[in-house]
Design a protein. Structure first.
Length: 600
């Protein structure tokens, strides 16, 4: 099921009045349906809770999950629990009940060992979800140290990243959908639900499962109805490589083996047009075996990971175990013993690796013309450049050989070739996607980027890859500052945006300037307010990258003395660039001044 097939707005009967929400921007939030809270000998029962009340919410919650999954809507799960050393657990939670003078039941507290492991401790059996409500691959799980799902978690960040403006809430110790919520004391549940819709919906709405099912089910079809069984006859595949189209086809019975076999024929045919796309093409037998492995690993077509069977390519500066990493410079080639984190994440989500693509040597350049492995051409015309440095990445996507590509971006290396080949280049905020296992051009400035067929696909790949990595020295351990987004009322479709001044745009060719103006008009037509921005910081930052000391970092990424003994292996333009950097004889004082200027 695709979100595109759902209506713009759905309205259901609720208290204190009818609740309207946009399905494409609505997620289900399932709160704490854990063994520790729902099963015998868990934390809840030890605290004296009535399991009958909370267990009654399991089946309605399962039905709710089926409904949202069938509709292709986002699902979030939360788990309450603490780190094994209890460093995130307030001392009051450990002692307040046990310290009661008349305590006769609370012999065990958080962290003590129960029959399902240490109580409310992450990683223990009791901390995980009950079997009936286990998350599917790709669904977001938020581990929280307290009862509030938004405190000290990345929930807000992940909701906004997925465009979520509305939540349907269920689970234990919460309220929302009546049948799918529960508390240990039925009277507490009633009071909590009443409080939510009190004062004309001050805190929210309360509804039942049936109105929600009645509202969404008519928009689901065939095998996509909750609990339905996919048809047994595999569908014909029209060659559409959009991730959502592939997902729908796979759920209907399409085999990833069929897709892999068809793409190898396309790759062989395209090699006659442009032989410089790939540096290493994965053996066909290996890819077919990987596709067979996916079929065996995920036999239930209703429970496929978000990138199941999605073909992708990788820039040859990103490590893959057993596959040489060349960065288009053979003397620096090596065979890694560990794969890059970003590669491993998409593989875990079911993606199919097809090969490593060409690039400007040492990821230096924006043309795609600086590689000993040939010059990739734009998919539009063999006489046009592909753009770089992620040249082969963009061509492999633009030519319909893969659905997406893992690239890198320092100053446009992923976005420029994407533009030159009619696809989308996405550069996420640096530090939000692990750079571990990637050969750097400028380590302090580089980031992984994604090239995809459309914005939606780029978002899906980013969702699979983002997250903090302690092994990445530049990773962000806390989410970037998130500004409030108005999803309702007169400001819901209003936003501000700025553009470069006319003198900066004057360098663009007329056709690009015309397209840029069309983009501005489109933004204004959907509620954008064009405002003045100070362009000077952007201009100064660009000059720092190439006219300042930062270029020296490209040399810092090479082994000591390597350039002097390997000049003949460098592309003439790159060699000239590096020699100019050396001749500048930049000082440490200049470098610090540039660093200070960057932080302004």
């Amino acid at each position: 099921m695709s979100l595109k097939s759902l209506p713009e707005t759905v309205t259901i009967d609720a208290k204190p009045y009818a609740y309207s929400f946009p399905p494409r921007h609505t997620a289900l939030l399932v709160i704490d349906m854990q063994r520790d809270f729902l099963l015998p000998d868990g934390f809840g029962q030890i605290q004296g809770g009535d399991l009958t009340a909370v267990q009654a919410s399991i089946e309605p919650t399962r039905q709710l999950l089926d409904l949202f999954r069938s509709a292709g809507m986002h699902v979030f799960h939360t788990r309450e629990g603490h780190l094994p050393d209890l460093s995130d657990c307030p001392s009051s939670k450990l002692v307040r009940q046990a310290a009661c003078p008349e305590n006769k039941q609370h012999g065990l507290v958080i962290g003590d060992r129960g029959k399902m492991g240490r109580l409310l401790v992450r990683g223990e059996y009791g901390h995980d979800f009950v079997d009936e409500l286990q998350p599917l691959p790709g669904e977001v799980v938020i581990d929280k140290p307290g009862k509030g799902a938004f405190w000290n978690t990345r929930l807000v960040e992940k909701l906004k990243a997925r465009g979520i403006t509305h939540l349907v809430v269920s689970g234990v110790t919460t309220g929302g959908i009546t049948e799918a919520t529960a508390g240990y004391n039925p009277a507490f549940k009633t009071s909590s639900l009443d409080m939510i819709h009190w004062s004309q919906g001050l805190f929210g709405f309360v509804s039942h499962l049936q109105p929600l099912t009645d509202a969404l089910s008519p928009h689901l079809s065939g095998s996509e109805t909750p609990g339905g069984t996919p048809p047994q006859t595999p569908p014909l595949w029209d060659g559409n490589l959009d991730i959502s189209a592939l997902a729908s086809a796979y759920r209907s019975g399409l085999s990833p083996v069929v897709v892999a076999d068809a793409l190898y024929k396309a790759i062989e045919a395209y090699a006659e047009i442009d032989p410089a796309v790939w540096i290493h093409l994965a053996p066909k037998d290996a890819v077919l075996a990987a596709a067979e492995g996916l079929i065996a690993k995920f036999p239930d077509r209703r429970k496929l990971p978000p990138l199941y069977g999605v073909p992708f390519s990788v820039k040859d500066s990103i490590d893959i175990v057993g596959v040489p990493t060349t960065t288009a410079c053979p003397p620096l080639a090596y065979i890694p013993t560990k794969s890059a984190a970003v590669y491993q994440k998409v593989i875990e989500q079911g993606a199919l690796f097809f090969g490593k693509t060409n690039l400007d040597q040492l990821a230096t350049g924006l043309t795609g013309c600086r590689s000993p492995y040939g010059i990739p051409r734009s998919v539009y015309n063999k006489n046009y450049i592909s753009g770089g440095s992620s040249s082969g990445n963009a061509v492999s996507v633009g030519a319909g050989l893969v659905s997406f590509s893992l690239a890198t971006d320092t100053a446009g290396s992923g976005r420029v070739p994407a533009a030159f080949n009619g696809v989308v280049g996405y550069k996420p905020t640096r530090g939000t996607v692990s750079f571990q296992g990637v050969t750097p051009a400028c380590l302090s400035l580089d980031c992984c980027s994604f090239i995809a067929r459309n914005v939606g696909d780029a978002r899906k790949v980013w969702e699979a890859c983002e997250g903090y990595d302690a092994n990445d020295r530049y990773a962000k351990s806390t989410p970037p500052t998130l500004r409030h987004v108005n999803s309702l009322g007169p400001q819901a479709k209003s936003f501000n945006f700025g553009i470069p001044p006319p003198e900066a745009l004057a360098v663009c060719a007329p056709v690009y300037r015309s397209m840029f103006n069309d983009a501005v008009n489109t933004l204004q037509s959907i509620g954008g307010n064009l405002i003045h921005v100070d362009w000077s910081p952007f201009e100064k930052a660009g000059k720092l990258l190439y006219d300042g000391t930062f270029v020296s970092e490209r040399l810092a990424s090479l082994p000591d003395g390597w350039m002097e003994s390997n000049k003949d292996h460098l592309h003439p333009v790159i060699r000239k660039l590096f020699e100019e950097v050396v001749s500048r004889n930049s000082t440490a004082v200049q470098a610090y001044r540039d660093l200070q200027a960057k932080s302004l």
